[in-house]
Design a protein around this ligand. Structure first.
Ligand SMILES: [Zn+2]
Length: 258
């Protein structure tokens, strides 16, 4: 996927899918562009206006390191050049500056534990955070929730500010093999095999949390119905498509991050 492809309305269709990068350098650029765009998508709702929230993207070659936004850059102004590469000791090894320390403590253990994960996102949202105070998984009360059927965990620790890697590892353990972990009294965190799908599914999770908060006693569909629907809404490609929509509807010209 190139930014030219993102920018072209006629190139996006039901059959659109991520293109295989021709080199590690090209793949790195895609991941960095999606990260910067993801921050701008967050900012389009005002999420992270107070600095809370982070997106990380595993580097395609230095797979023990990940890219994230340099601390201090407003999310709505994120560009590729504002990303820094951090290793699993927390050292910035490319770019200059620092990253959100909680972002490092939460995301590093996830990247080292889940080798299939390329992208991860967490922030504090209008419904995800209130929902998380229930310390419970998302109920299957909306289409969006079904994307997480059998793919979510709950971190019930009381560390609402994560300041060490041991706590981050317990969060990674609560995530397990899923794509969503509800951080009790804190917020939501999603992961994906691309940054795009992680961000796309984050929007699904926030929407599902909104339904749960607004209609706490709403009908929950049966496990059989959820299992039947999950493949049609819960594929990584579904998350990637949501991201393409978000770029178009919330950011506009994707080359703004270049
Ligand atoms: Zn947080």
């Amino acid at each position: 996927m190139s930014t030219d492809k993102l920018a072209s309305d006629t190139s996006f269709s039901l059959s659109s899918a991520p293109e295989s990068a021709t080199s590690s350098e090209a793949e790195r650029l895609v991941r960095k562009q999606e990260t910067a765009l993801g921050y701008r998508i967050m900012a389009s709702w005002g999420w992270g206006a107070d600095g809370s929230g982070h997106i990380t993207a595993r580097d395609p070659e230095r797979t023990d390191a990940f890219w994230s936004l340099r601390y201090g850059v407003p999310f709505g102004e994120a560009r590729v050049e504002d990303l820094v590469l951090v290793n699993h000791c927390g050292d910035v090894i490319e770019g200059s500056g620092e990253i959100n320390p909680a972002g490092f403590c939460i995301h590093a253990p996830i990247h080292s534990t889940r080798l299939d994960v390329v992208g991860a996102i967490h922030t504090h949202t209008p419904y995800g955070t209130p929902f998380s105070a229930l310390a419970a998984p998302l109920p299957m009360s909306s289409q969006e929730a079904v994307a997480f059927y059998g793919r979510q965990g709950v971190f019930t620790g009381e560390e609402v500010n994560v300041t060490d890697l041991a706590t981050g590892q317990r969060i990674a353990d609560a995530l397990g093999t899923g794509r969503l972990v509800v951080l009790a009294n804190h917020g939501l965190l999603t992961v994906g095999t691309s940054v795009a799908s992680a961000v796309g599914f984050y929007l699904n999770a926030e929407r599902a949390a909104e339904v749960a908060v607004k209609v706490p006693d709403g009908r929950v569909i049966s496990p059989a119905a959820a299992a039947q629907t999950h493949p049609s809404v819960g594929d990584e490609l579904n998350g990637w498509h949501i991201f393409q929509w978000l770029v178009r509807s919330r950011v506009g010209d994707p080359t703004v991050v270049n």
